[in-house]
Each structure stands twice: as C-alpha cells, then as structure tokens.
Design a protein around this ligand. Structure first.
Ligand code: GTP
Ligand code: MG
Length: 329
C-alpha cells in the first residue's frame, strides 16, 4: 500500500474534524503546490534530472526553504534509486513520505504538545512583532483549553498599543475567561505581577500572557520582554513554562528573520504559525522546522475560534496532498 493510503487510513479513522481543519486551512497551498506537482507528474513520464530540477523550483516557490529543499531532493533521489522507481506517479507518494520524515526527524511526535501540566499554575508567554496574531491566538487557545476543562486567566501585557487591552477583553468575554489588566501606558511588568498573583489566588490552571508587538523601538521591546519574563520567573519558579513566538506564515522569509532575532534574546520554546490559511506558501512550516531548531507547536488555520490546532506533520502533509490522495484511488 502506498504511503498516501496508509496516511489516509490512519488519519481519517481517528480525527475527522482535525483532518478537515488542516485540509481547509491548507487549501491555498494545496491548490498551488500540489497542483504544480500534479502537473509536473503528468508532463514527465520518467524520473530524470530535469524532473527533479522542476520539483526543486516548485518546492522553493512554496517557501519550503532552499536548504530544506536541497535535503529533500537528495533524499528523494536516493529513495528513487533504492526502490528503482521509474514512474513519476510513484514519486508523488515518496515526496509526501519524505516530507513527513523531514518534519518529524528523530523527534518525538509529542514535541508539539504544549508544556501544560496538571496540579500547577502553567504560564504561557506570547511574543512576536505587531500584527502576527498574538492576541487572536491567545483567545483561540483560551477557548481550546477551556474546552479541555481547564481554568484560564488572561494577562493584558500589551499596554502600548491603543485598543490592545480592549481587544483582549473582547476575546475574554467571547470565550468566558477573565482578563487581568491595568490602564493603557502602564508598566507591563506590573500587569504581569498582578496577573500572577490573581492566577495563584484563584488557583487557575493556565495563565496566558499577551505582550506588545511594537514599542518605540526594537531594543525597548526586547528589554521589556526580558523584564516581563523576569517578573514571572521570580514569582513562579520554572515559569514561564512556554514562551511561544508567534509568526505570520504569509510573511515568508520575514518570519524566519523574526524567529532568529527573537530566539537570540529570549528562550523561545515553541512557535505558533498563524494565517496558514492565508498563504499559498505553506511550505514555510518545513523551512522553520528544518532551519531553526524550534518546534512549531500550534498553527492558525483560519480566523474562527476553533481554527487553532496543535501542529501535526502527518495531518499537514495529508492536507497538502489531499486531492492527489483521492485521485489515486
Ligand atoms: N486568516 C487568519 N487570520 C488570522 C489568524 N490569526 C490571526 N489572524 C488575524 O490577524 C490579525 C492580527 O491579529 P492580532 O491577534 O491582533 O495580532 P497581534 O500579534 O496581537 O498584533 P499586535 O497586538 O498589534 O502586536 C487579526 O485580524 C486576526 O484576525 C489565522 O490563523 N488566520
Ligand atoms: Mg495584540
């Protein structure tokens, strides 16, 4: 049985709704990327050097990242040789197999799970430049955690941008969780201090902390994040349990640059890749995984409350090749 079919059987049996979310959210990337692969496969009868060259271009065009593409093409060539594959149709299945492999590497699947444990106050700090989707992700994650039976509190740490506190409050109301805040312009470290005290007193399971995406300048922003983090660390040993860097998938290489900048100054424990639904270049997931050693833990696949999903390489690749899988039968 082909890798596709195995993947399909495995995934559609357990988690229909998750599979659908990934499939829907990756529509743009699939239409573009998989469409091109499809076209390539139909134009070439034989797997030769030119075939691989075109495939390379398609992958780079989907923001997979040059280094990652080179690795992938090398792997594919070896596999094609090893299995003595002549037919281009067969290569499609091998491509999807290798994409999953590249993503998972030698890491455990559980690596994409958030470090949220029972019997303790878990603190999750969100960082990232303006407009990437921090506040929205906090709202969605609060909804998700609440659905899992956890108690959640939000901290309005973006005191800089006008309207930021209100935006978080709207999410708080929508989801049904409280927001700890101070007035606009106040010290975000003080907000965090308050929020941690409130979270302890109320014995909540998870505290989600919003931060500013823009200050007067970048140095200030990094300093402020450090200060916020120190306050949390001081009040709760071992916290923050997650520092999630939020990146906008539609910004391509900019997202990679941001990841490098933030991870230089803060210990980023995971990445949230938002707006995957808004780009035809969803290959950025693979570039991030391969070129930075930070796991993508959550992906934003739309603007609705339940459009935030734990990242899963198999669901991702299945979503990417969905049309092709169907056609194979
Ligand atoms: N399509 C889509 N839109 C998203 C997703 N995540 C966030 N957005 C949108 O991105 C925009 C910016 O989101 P915010 O949550 O305000 O971003 P932020 O990082 O908090 O921005 P600042 O507060 O300015 O630092 C909003 O219009 C969101 O609806 C996603 O996964 N898919
Ligand atoms: Mg915000």
């Amino acid at each position: 049985m082909s890798f596709f079919k195995k993947l399909k059987e495995k995934l559609t049996h357990q988690t229909d709704s998750v599979t659908e979310k990934f499939r829907e959210g990756l529509t743009k990337t699939r239409d573009s990327f998989a469409g091109k692969v499809n076209d390539l496969v139909s134009r070439y009868r034989k797997v030769d050097e030119e075939f691989f060259e075109e495939l390379e271009e398609i992958l780079i065009g989907a923001d997979v990242g040059v280094t990652t593409v080179m690795n992938l093409i090398d792997e594919l060539k070896m596999e094609v040789k090893r299995r003595n594959i002549q037919d281009t149709e067969e290569v499609r299945s091998v491509i999807s197999e290798k994409l999953v492999e590249i993503y998972q590497g030698d890491q455990e699947e559980s690596n994409t799970a958030l470090n949220i444990q029972t019997e303790r106050l878990n603190v999750v700090l969100f960082v990232g430049v303006n407009g990437v989707g921090k506040t929205t992700t906090i709202g969605k994650l609060a909804h998700k955690l609440k659905g899992e039976g956890k108690s959640v509190l939000l901290a309005a740490g973006d005191t800089f941008r006008a309207g930021a506190i209100e935006q978080l409050e709207v999410w708080g109301e929508r989801v049904g969780v409280d927001v700890i805040k101070q007035s606009e312009g106040s010290d975000p470290a003080a907000v965090m201090y308050d929020a941690v005290q409130a979270a302890k007193a109320r014995k909540v399971d998870v505290l989600l902390c919003d931060t500013a995406g823009r200050l007067q300048n970048k140095v200030n922003l990094m300093k402020e994040l450090e200060k916020v983090k120190r306050v949390i660390e001081k009040e709760i040993p071992g916290a923050p349990h997650e520092v999630l860097l939020v990146l906008d998938a539609t910004t391509g290489q900019n997202a990679m640059t941001q990841a490098k900048q933030f991870s230089q100054t803060t210990d980023v424990s995971g990445i949230v890749l938002t707006k995957l639904d808004g780009t035809a270049k969803g290959g950025i997931v693979l570039a991030i995984r391969n070129e930075l050693s930070i796991p993508v833990k959550l992906v934003g696949l739309g603007e609705k409350m339940d459009d935030l999903q734990q990242f899963d390489a198999e669901q991702y690749v299945y979503g990417l090749f969905y049309g092709l899988v169907e056609e194979e039968e």
